[in-house]
Design a protein around this ligand. Sequence first.
Ligand SMILES: [Zn+2]
Length: 384
Amino acid sequence: MLLWNCAHQILPVAESLHQFLPQISPTCSRCRLHSENHLHLFRDCPKSGILWTYIFQRVWSNSKFDFYTFYNSDWGAWITFNLNNSMKWKSLFITAIWQIWLSRNRVVFDLKMKSAFSLYNAFYVDWTFANNCSQGKELGAYHVPGLTKKTWFPPKDGVMKLNVDGAWKSNAVAGGGGVFRRSTGSWFVGFSSKFTVSSPLTAELYALREGLIIARDFKFEKLEIETDALNLKVLLGKIKEQDHHELGPVLREVANLLNQSWVGDLAHIPKFCNKVAHSLAAHSLIMAVGSKLHFIIPSCAKSDYEADFENANPEYVETIRRNARDEANSIVGAKRSIDNADTLNQVATAGGAAQLVFGSIVADIKDARDSLKNGYCFHSFCCW
Ligand SMILES: [Zn+2]
């Protein structure tokens, strides 16, 4: 639909809107240099030009491509040229048009400008997906089996699982976080770190690198990793194509760490399965220190961690809750009949089991039994 509207020049670009509503500026919202017509928006705007340059540098190596026609034709000839090209180029072209339109709308409606690099990454992930789908691989190639349950899964026995996430607001306000959990789903250690990085993707990458370095230092025997940054997984999956990527050196360092024999696959999971890492990453943005290891579960991640743990161990958690309820009921019942010496003997026996949870109450009951044996009232506050 977008392509049809685009080819017929009927998208609501600023120049067209201005003809009907003079109060709307015809100027391009992204570069503010020219009137926004279709050709400017999709090809000639400097913001779009950078994307086409990236595409020609990084993913389209065809020496026979007619660059003169691409850069010099009018709108009709441009559309005809691109849609009558090879299948590979058509797939690139349509994906780029779609991402440019999304990026433009983000500026117009949300007042948020994507960096050229972020636009290219969005294009690259979208295009890789389109290719995989057309080759029958579909999205399953990037997902972990079983995720239809929409919960976090603990790792296998003897394996530690790392969940990582990045957080980014601006170059100066960015960070990442992660958590290592055992096969029972129990907490091993977490981390939150501040970064100075230029994009959300870079924050994701740095968080992954930090997690891998911590894992190496702890000498885990087996590690599984999960991220919700699909674009990062795609980039790392095609590391040989990233020679000119501005994150190339860090991508290669992380790829080397991922290649260690003790490191398993890097899996992509939805954000709702990665909440603990997300909370730890968000926590980094407000930390006073640059980096922190969480040996104790921090309050920012506690509720998400407990939810994951319960999902991983529903029967165990229910047993714990049932025992706690039973113990609480037995103590409450004992307190009600505390003036009965026969009952107190029973309570003292039951109290032993409850001592860990209700230590202070048990102590009271024992005092009461001892007091009754000695022939005086244990209610010191009312009988003095
Ligand atoms: Zn422009």
